[in-house]
Design a protein around this ligand. Sequence first.
Ligand code: ATP
Ligand code: NCN
Length: 199
Amino acid sequence: MNIGIMGGTFNPIHHGHMILSEFIREELSLDRIIFIPTGNPPHKDRRQVLDGQIRKEMIDLAIESNKKFFLSTIEIDRNGISYTIDTLRELKSIYPKDQLYMIIGADSLLELHTWKDFERLISITSFIVCNRYGSENQEVIRRINDLNHRYGGNIIGIETPIIDISSTNIRQRVKKNLSIKYLVSESVEEYISKNKLYK
Ligand SMILES: Nc1ncnc2c1ncn2[C@@H]1O[C@H](COP(=O)(O)OP(=O)(O)OP(=O)(O)O)[C@@H](O)[C@H]1O
Ligand SMILES: O=C(O)c1ccc[n+]([C@@H]2O[C@H](COP(=O)([O-])O)[C@@H](O)[C@H]2O)c1
């Protein structure tokens, strides 16, 4: 199987994540996409991040209608900070015969050199990079070529639609009592409202 791994804080999951995952799945003929919410995210202020169980429940709701979308709680279930190198090692032992592709946005690519064991990570992982509003295309291409050349990486840039949605913006809108309709699924919108999240 060809499997896309969509890792993220998902605080909350939004239509940017969903549209890009489906786009990449189709473009690369992937058999499935596995969403992996971070337990304790390495590069984010934990005080701003909702409990893993709540973020997981929102992902469950959002992906319910797509049979090719799956959720894994390996990072939430693991103690300590969720490093991608550990997650990929675990996934490779679960899926030894399958091809794994780690999907990231261009903003994450520009920070990749700060990730744990990044040289090793790049040499053992195929990355798919999506365009992101605010990340300059030429810089992204230059960075991909440089990492592939210097570290023997297999980083592939894909021309994806630019979708200017972020979890940060959604949290800010909820706080200001502004609508988040069409930014997240209806089920996630209801869940956020019912549980008074991000107030
Ligand atoms: N609109 C988007 N376009 C392209 N990539 C995205 C988009 N939203 C998220 N991503 C990518 O999805 C992955 C997980 O993102 P994450 O859950 O942190 O969402 P976010 O919207 O970036 O959150 P926050 O605003 O809280 O930083 C990251 O690799 C990120 O670059
Ligand atoms: O392994 C690391 O050091 C590392 C540092 C920053 C981010 N990541 C991963 O990158 C993915 C997107 O992260 P984020 O913070 O944008 O939600 C998610 O799977 C994180 O676990 C991983």
